[in-house]
Design a protein around this ligand. Structure first.
Ligand code: NAD
Ligand code: UFG
Length: 340
């Protein structure tokens, strides 16, 4: 298939491009490089030995989108493009609603105009808010999001559902990711956060690399076995493979569906620290800090629907996730600014 990957130069996008190319798909990427570096796409080509086509553009720019759809017969869009920093979204809500929602509206309009009605959307466990129950199944009601970023995901899901209801010739998959971490085995692509990382794994790898003094663990008084928060960490390559499986499902043309993509295993912050130490042999200094606003105690999924209906299951364990994150950090301490 010929796939348009929006946000394809980013963290999850590049790893998915590798899997798409290796599965024999043709890949067209649109990315405005707001949170990415073109070098990442060159590395995707080096890893796979295959070419992709890159458009440096914004999904809110109808002209560039139309050019893409004129120049290519696209079969499906995998839509990663969006702003994703939870804390920043609280400070800049307008930018988040505008970029994520207006961008998606523009994309859907142009897709509809060119009769490309197959869409795979990057949603998030954030739409469950403080989940009504764990492990979270897709039947778990959506919740009250704790930040504008989460609301953009929740609202875009609603928009896509309404578009499907109005025109059931669309095929739409809403993929709710849990916590992607790790990197491609080659160490040539990985997560490249700007400034102080917000997320746990990049913070840990920077402590391990000596770039930061110690990890602050946000809260050790949660109602969990060791008092720290529990999440469902998933290897980014497993997540990438989930998108290839989602494409097979899209080809069956059976409408709209929602899938949780996680491992189903909850890991506490302390579990992650211990597994990182075991996988790498590097000690992580940490202190306990107050709880971080908006964090919930436990968030992990029941991924059995994806296994049943997509034939997909996460395979990598937390040790492998830590080892691969560390390999990327060591080979690219300054992200893609480093010489390859
Ligand atoms: P990322 O920031 O690495 O990738 C997003 C890409 O989109 C970036 O390359 C950025 O430059 C691009 N982009 C942003 N706005 C754009 C626009 N208007 N036009 C064109 N390109 C634009 O993020 P990621 O971690 O790879 O996440 C990919 C998607 O998955 C996002 O939609 C994110 O919200 C979602 N998601 C991520 C996580 C996570 O923990 N990483 C969890 C759940 C969902
Ligand atoms: N944590 C720390 N110290 C840090 C960073 C994080 O203790 O320096 C803790 C957090 O308090 C939380 C856990 O590590 O308990 C994981 O935090 P992350 O920031 O890595 O991930 P979140 O679960 O908060 O959120 C992530 C993404 C969201 C997405 C969500 C669900 O950032 O965009 O997963 O997919 F919505």
């Amino acid at each position: 298939m010929k796939i348009l990957v929006t946000g394809g130069a980013g963290y999850i996008g590049t790893h998915t491009c590798v899997e798409l190319l290796e599965a024999g798909h043709e890949v067209i990427v649109i990315d405005n490089l707001y949170n990415a570096n073109e070098q990442a796409l060159h590395n995707v080509e080096l890893i796979t030995g295959k070419k992709l086509q890159f458009y440096n553009g914004d999904i809110a720019d109808e002209t560039v989108l139309q050019r893409i759809f004129e120049e290519h017969t696209i079969d499906c869009c995998i839509h990663f493009a969006g702003l994703k920093a939870v804390g920043e979204s609280v400070v800049k809500p307008l930018e988040y609603y505008d970029n994520n929602i207006s961008g998606t509206l523009c994309l859907m309009r142009v897709m509809g105009k060119y009769q490309v009605k197959n869409m795979i959307f990057s949603s998030s466990a954030a739409v469950y808010g403080n989940p009504a129950f764990v492990p979270i199944t897709e039947e778990c009601p959506k919740g009250i999001c704790t930040n504008p970023y989460g609301w953009t995901k929740s609202m875009i899901e609603q928009i896509l559902m309404d578009i499907y209801r109005a025109d059931p010739s669309w095929n739409i998959l809403l993929l709710r990711y849990f916590n992607p971490i790790g990197a491609h085995k080659s160490g040539m692509i990985g997560e490249n956060p700007n400034g102080i990382p917000n997320n746990l794994m990049p913070y840990i790898t920077q402590v391990a690399a000596g770039m930061r003094d110690h990890l602050g663990i946000f809260g050790n008084d949660y109602d969990t076995p060791d008092g720290t928060c529990i999440r469902d960490y998933i290897h980014v390559m497993d997540l990438a493979r989930g998108h290839v499986k989602a494409l097979e499902k899209i080809q069956k043309k059976d409408g709209l569906a929602i899938y949780n993509l996680g491992t189903g295993t909850g890991c506490s912050v302390l579990d992650v620290v211990r597994n990182f130490e075991q996988a790498t042999g590097v000690k992580i200094a940490y202190t306990f800090e107050p709880r971080r606003a908006g964090d919930i105690a436990a968030c992990y999924c029941d991924p059995s629907k994806a296994e049943r209906e997509l034939g997909w299951k996460a395979e990598c364990d937390i040790l492998e996730m830590c080892a691969d994150a560390w390999k990327w950090q060591q080979s690219h301490p300054n992200g893609f600014a480093d010489v390859q």
